[in-house]
Design a protein around this ligand. Structure first.
Ligand code: ADP
Length: 420
């Protein structure tokens, strides 16, 4: 294993894995820390935790456990993957986890860079921009769990850790890897342990990748990943994204109510796709909606994908939430859709698309997926994966997990088209 990654949430883990695969690494993503006996054949392993907003002590403990597994399985470099908008609270968890990992690895200096210019996340003079806006002017300032009201990453990180935080400015990054290394050494000599690194373009990430080649620990969004495979002589290739073929029926489960998912559901049906609507109010009334959906699927399952959706327009969602409560409505729908996903796989579905971040989490849990190999990208941030699952048996299944607003309008058709 060349690279061991610890991601603080599930979709962030997939985003990172997707970038590593695109840059030429074979990647396996695990859901939580695998048991010690598990061995994985890959250039990089991404361990997905759910540690972004839990108590800092628990986040540190889980991250150290992940680190222990990665080192025991030969990881040469550790990548702590954080959100590209640096989602964290005053107390953490980015600072405390980064510091604990640095201590455990005896890392004297750790670069920090959430930039991903392709995705409109850039860092300049240590300030994070989301598109044209400073982080603190973006919608992230209103985030319910991790409101980001300060765009200076040096200040944000400094509030979360004991070690000093410095800055590697863009003027240095632009000069290339050696200049970055020299600046990191100078910061370290001045007593800094962390350095926020500017990046406004892909070439900055490539220079960083080379500069970071020998460092034990990086703290980054998914962008920095594109510069790392080159350090091992790896280049973009279709071979890194190859997945086993798994024949079987096809289905889509959509619990996302984002604008993109709404349009994708409509597009699928307009193309003549057959669909089953999951109505939250009928679930709340005690009807066995999952049972009805699976009975409907019965004779219809084939290579022609079936769609099961709770996806609805904002007004409809609001009215359901007003009657059931926001959390209760979400939980009811997630439980039903994940039961449908499991039932579909029990009935022979082996190629499954799930739309919605939380919905994906619920389905992966219902399918008891311990890990998945990351395959070719369908749309930015959404790859096909080959998942292990006791429900699917030895051959596993092909899974595409699409969060919220990802994907073009014809996403569902395009996804299955790639497998044809
Ligand atoms: P996204 O990635 O678009 O945010 P998620 O799956 O993360 O999608 O979140 C969507 C949430 O909305 C889930 O909790 C889901 O169960 C819930 N939901 C889906 N359909 C409806 C609906 N018709 N009414 C109310 N809540 C819904």
């Amino acid at each position: 294993m060349l690279l061991g990654c610890i991601a603080d949430d599930f979709t962030g883990a997939t985003d990172l894995a997707n970038n590593l695969v695109r840059a030429g690494m074979r990647v396996v993503q695990t859901i939580g820390v695998p048991d010690d006996a598990t061995t994985v054949e890959a250039d990089a392993v991404v361990i997905a935790l759910k540690s972004r907003t839990i108590e800092a002590d628990a986040a540190v403990a889980q991250s150290l456990d992940a680190l222990r597994w990665l080192r025991a399985h030969g990881a040469r470099q550790i990548y702590f993957k954080v959100c590209s908008t640096f989602d964290s609270t005053e107390r953490g968890n980015i600072g405390p986890v980064a510091e604990a990992l640095a201590d455990a690895l005896d890392a004297p200096f750790v670069p920090v860079c959430p930039a991903f210019p392709e995705n409109q996340r850039t860092v300049f003079k240590g300030h994070l921009f989301v598109g044209d806006l400073l982080l603190s002017d973006s919608s992230m300032r209103h985030h319910p769990l991790t409101p980001m009201t300060d765009a200076s990453l040096v200040r944000v990180l400094q509030r979360q850790c004991r070690g000093r935080v410095g800055l590697v400015e863009h003027a240095v990054v632009r000069q290339g890897a050696e200049a970055v290394q020299a600046r990191m050494s100078a910061l370290q000599a001045e007593g800094a342990r962390f350095g926020v690194v500017d990046a406004i373009a892909n070439e900055d990430l490539m220079a960083m990748g080379r500069a970071f080649a020998a460092l034990p620990l990086l703290v980054a969004g998914s962008g920095v990943a594109i510069g790392l495979p080159q350090n091992h002589g790896l280049a973009p290739s279709a071979a890194a994204a190859e997945l086993p073929r798994v024949p079987g029926a096809r289905a889509i489960v959509s619990g996302s109510c984002s604008a993109a998912s709404n349009a994708q559901v409509v597009d699928f049906m307009q193309r003549g796709g057959e669909a089953f609507a999951v109505d939250p109010l009928r679930i709340a009334a005690g009807e066995d909606v999952a049972g009805a959906a699976l009975a409907w699927a019965g004779g219809r399952l084939s290579e022609k994908p079936l769609l099961f959706y709770a996806t609805a327009e904002p007004e409809a969602v609001k009215s359901v939430q007003a009657r059931l409560g926001v959390e209760a409505a979400g939980a009811l729908v997630e439980r039903t859709l994940s039961a449908i996903a499991r039932g579909l796989v029990e009935r022979g579905v082996r190629q499954l698309v799930v739309a919605g971040g939380e919905t994906s989490g619920a389905c992966v849990q219902a399918l008891q997926v311990p890990r998945m190999r990351i395959g070719p990208q369908i749309d930015p941030g959404v790859p096909w994966c080959h998942a292990q699952s006791p429900v699917a048996g030895a051959q596993g299944l092909l899974l595409a997990l699409k969060s919220g607003n990802f994907g073009t309008v014809d996403f569902f058709t395009k996804a299955f088209g790639m497998l044809a």
